[in-house]
Design a protein around this ligand. Structure first.
Ligand code: DSN
Length: 415
């Protein structure tokens, strides 16, 4: 594929980013590498076209092909997840969540979501977001005992606060989420139940995490994390709520859909129906579990005691290192992680006591358990040499070599 153009400044920066992605170890749990079909779909003429409305109900002429593309994307989303209704237009996971709020809540209504400091997402009621500003947001923590969801505690908070919407789902939670229990709690208090599966969508599609279908009124997700599609959002719901969610997405909170992204979502959803994708998801989990074990063997504390999915949180307290210092030193060494609060953290979100590690991107490159051991060893060593610039540079060279043995974009770009 071609990566040059007249705007030399921007294309040079794109080339550098391509080099960074190819020759770094991406352990950011929400990131992944899309293939050439998804790149090509996103970079095509579909970006030119306005298509406000829905298939066969557009406000513009010339939408015949777009109608077919969007209909295929909708049908594939329904088939992959077993959902009754799907809307593929949300520009992001946040937009998908906002659409659900807009569909069934009034400003000031109570919502109950996971505490962002314990692994929840910004749009599940955190104060700086629309979800915490326009609604009365209350949150549930993880248990201090085992850092896992405590459904009795969630039930008792729900009974006390009487939310109109209960949200399950997380950005930094490594254990299985019991969607059936959430629905039971929602029914007891007369609330809608929304499952945000952005992080685990690929695992759900592959049958490696229980599905919220049949339990949740609304299911939202991004399409670019474990699902490995283009950057975007998707919302599914039961048939009776279809009209409400469609009019919340458009014209409620969005205008024209991004048809090039919707086409790429359709391509990704088809890929996710293959045995190859299911095998990929299985390896993501094996890699995450092996990595968590290696980190634990190296003396790090793993939050919640381990992982059932694609990510885990590492408590750096036993090593006397902050999440921020770790992130900076690891980035200088070519290893990309993000600092992350751990439950009951005593440090601020800018400093943190932990880092979050995820395996979707390195698994896409073909790395397996043996490479997880090498990576954990490198992380441990870098954190032992926090202020040693030459050690980080030496690690950077080793990281480049490891990445060169598992090429990804090299087969399509000249790098
Ligand atoms: N910001 C994403 C993450 O990194 O988990 C969630 O939207």
């Amino acid at each position: 594929m071609k990566l040059d153009g007249k705007d030399t400044k921007i294309f040079e920066l794109m080339r550098r980013e391509l080099d960074r992605e190819e020759y770094s170890l991406i352990l950011i749990a929400s990131e992944n590498y899309v293939d050439e079909d998804i790149l090509a779909t996103q970079g095509c003429v579909l970006t030119n076209k306005y298509a406000e409305g829905y298939p066969s109900r557009r406000y513009y002429s010339g939408c015949a092909y777009l109608d077919e593309i969007e209909s295929i994307a909708i049908e594939r989303a329904k088939e992959l997840f077993g959902a009754e209704h799907a809307n593929v237009q949300p520009h992001s996971g946040s937009s998908a969540n906002m659409a659900v709020f807009y569909a069934v809540l009034q400003p000031g209504d109570t919502v109950l979501g996971m505490d962002i400091a314990h692994g929840g997402h910004l749009t599940h009621g955190a104060r700086p977001s629309f979800s915490g500003k326009m609604y009365r947001a209350v949150s549930y923590p993880v248990s201090a005992r085992d850092e896992m969801l405590d459904y009795d505690e969630i039930r008792s908070i729900a009974h006390k606060e009487k939310p109109k919407l209960i949200i399950a789902g997380a950005s930094a939670y490594s254990k299985v989420i019991d969607f059936q229990k959430f629905r039971e709690i929602a029914d007891e208090v007369g609330a809608y139940f929304m499952a945000d599966i952005a992080h685990i969508a690929g695992l759900v599609a592959a049958g490696l995490h229980p599905s919220p279908v049949g339990h949740a009124h609304f299911i939202t997700t991004t399409t670019h994390k474990t699902l490995r599609g283009p950057r975007g959002g998707l919302v599914m719901c039961t048939a009776d709520l279809g009209k409400k969610i469609d009019s919340a997405v458009f014209p409620g909170i969005q205008g024209g859909p991004l048809m090039h992204v919707i086409a790429a979502k359709a391509v990704a959803l088809k890929q996710a129906m293959t045995e190859e994708f299911r095998e990929y998801q299985r390896q993501i989990v094996l890699n995450a579990q092996h990595m968590a074990k290696c980190m634990s063997d190296l003396g790090f504390r793993i939050v919640s005691g381990g992982t059932d999915n694609h990510l885990f949180l590492v408590d750096l307290t036993p090593k006397n290192v902050t999440g921020n210092d770790a992130q900076v030193a690891l980035e200088a060494s070519g290893i990309m992680v993000n600092k992350n609060l751990i439950p009951f953290d005593t440090r601020t979100p800018n400093v943190t006591s932990g880092i979050r590690l995820g395996t979707p991107a390195i698994t896409t490159r073909g790395m397996k358990e043996k490479e997880m051991e090498i990576i954990c060893e490198m992380i441990d060593q870098v954190l032992r040499h926090l202020n040693d610039v030459s050690f980080m540079e030496k690690t950077r060279v080793k990281v480049r070599e490891l990445c060169a043995s598992f090429p990804f974009y090299k087969r399509i770009y000249d790098i």
